[in-house]
Design a protein around this ligand. Structure first.
Ligand code: NAD
Ligand code: ZN
Length: 358
């Protein structure tokens, strides 16, 4: 069991990681929010089936109401957001109530946005249940989607605390583990060469991660993310480095159709692509073969699916929030742990992508 303190300009909060940490939530709430009226748990259908009873029992003496939303991106719509607010009003939540996000990144993003906007903001707690959520539950970016763009409607709103109980992660399907673990690898690449080397040496399968390995990986990833958001909470500078692999990754996700390729699977392809650009443009040296064969061993593809159009991928990348004018911006590495942002011209991207199709 480990506790990491995240300190941003707007809030300082603990992230508790380990099996059984959820047992401490009820006493924390009673102590930190003595006049709490009730807690609105927002969770999705899968997590509710598996664990909602357990969570409600854990919070025994605290008055809870639960709202179950569809799983995945279907949770992050304006309709679902509005239904959550309606439910909150019907259940007479007030400024002494609290929102508890119980699920993966989709639930966390939705519930955080509900908490951040209901009555101009009531406290919220993150109880993440996916590996990916080590990234999304920390840092305070909360949002829902608009049909014209993902995460387009949101606020920066930090949680009061994060309770990351590894017992909830045991039911995670392999594909979800793979998606989330991509962000762990990303955190190593952008900030911590020794962690990255540890990963290559110790992790050979995502199916039989030990509890110690999982806990270590989540803690390292969260520490790295916490250090970045503490310096740049609102993404005016270095927080953008967390987008390594995401320029191409987001384009692949959108072009392939969300769900066809998971977020993390697309980000892995985007990271390998960004590392190759880094070699060409910045003289970054890395053992390409070793990285690719390790990623393949973990079950990741490292090339762009050949049915995707290079031109359409480029168009999608130009629509990226980070693009400056018409120039696509990539996070590149000078070395492992030393990211930089760089504009890359279209012809180069198209040629490089053509050699990167599976
Ligand atoms: P998710 O919340 O959709 O969860 C993935 C799937 O796993 C869902 O079907 C869910 O029902 C299921 N699931 C969750 N926990 C489970 C468990 N313990 N056992 C079995 N099944 C379980 O997705 P995610 O991958 O956790 O997160 C993706 C979302 O996070 C995206 O919407 C993305 O935009 C967002 N995100 C946000 C940030 C941020 O900083 N706010 C960062 C990265 C990603
Ligand atoms: Zn991501």
């Amino acid at each position: 069991m480990e506790t990491i303190l995240i300190q941003t300009p707007s809030k300082k909060y603990p992230v508790h990681i380990g099996s059984g940490v959820i047992e401490g939530l009820s006493s924390y709430l009673i102590k930190s929010f003595p006049s709490i009226t009730n807690v609105m748990i927002i969770t999705d259908e899968n997590v509710a089936d598996l664990y909602l009873n357990k969570l409600v029992n854990t919070l025994a003496t605290i008055d809870t109401v639960s709202y179950v939303v569809p799983s995945g991106e279907k949770a992050k719509t304006f309709d679902v957001y509005y239904q959550c607010l309606t439910f909150a009003l019907q259940q007479k939540l007030d400024r002494k109530s609290l929102v508890l996000a119980f699920g993966g990144g989709a639930v966390g993003d939705l519930a955080g946005f509900v908490a951040g906007t209901f009555m101009r903001g009531i406290p919220f707690i993150q109880v993440p249940t996916t590996i990916l959520a080590h990234d999304s539950a920390v840092g305070g970016k909360v949002a829902i989607n608009h049909p014209l763009g993902k995460n387009m409607i949101g606020v920066f709103y930090q949680p009061e605390a994060v309770y990351y109980d590894l017992n909830f992660l045991k039911s995670l399907p392999l594909r979800e583990k793979r998606s989330g673990f991509a962000e762990v690898i990303k955190h190593g690449l952008i900030q911590d060469v020794s962690f990255y080397e540890w990963l290559l040496e110790h992790i050979h399968s995502l199916d039989d991660l030990t509890e110690e390995q999982l806990s270590y990986c989540l803690a390292r990833g969260i520490t790295i993310k916490g250090a970045i958001v503490s310096q740049d909470e609102k993404e005016s500078g270095i927080r953008a480095f967390l987008n390594l692999g995401h320029t191409l990754g987001h384009a692949i996700e959108a072009e392939a159709g969300y769900g066809e390729i998971s977020h993390g699977e697309a980000v892995i392809i985007g990271m390998v692509f960004a590392l190759q650009i880094s070699s060409d443009k910045l003289g970054f040296t890395f053992n390409h073969e070793k990285l690719v064969s390790w990623l393949n061993q973990l079950g990741y593809d490292t090339e762009v699916p050949s049915h995707l159009s290079v031109e359409r991928l480029l168009e999608k990348m130009k629509q990226d929030k980070k693009s400056v004018g018409q120039t696509v911006q990539f996070v590149l590495l000078k070395e492992i742990g030393q990211p930089v942002m760089m504009g890359i011209d279209d012809d180069y991207i198209v040629n490089k992508l053509k050699g990167f199709l599976k």
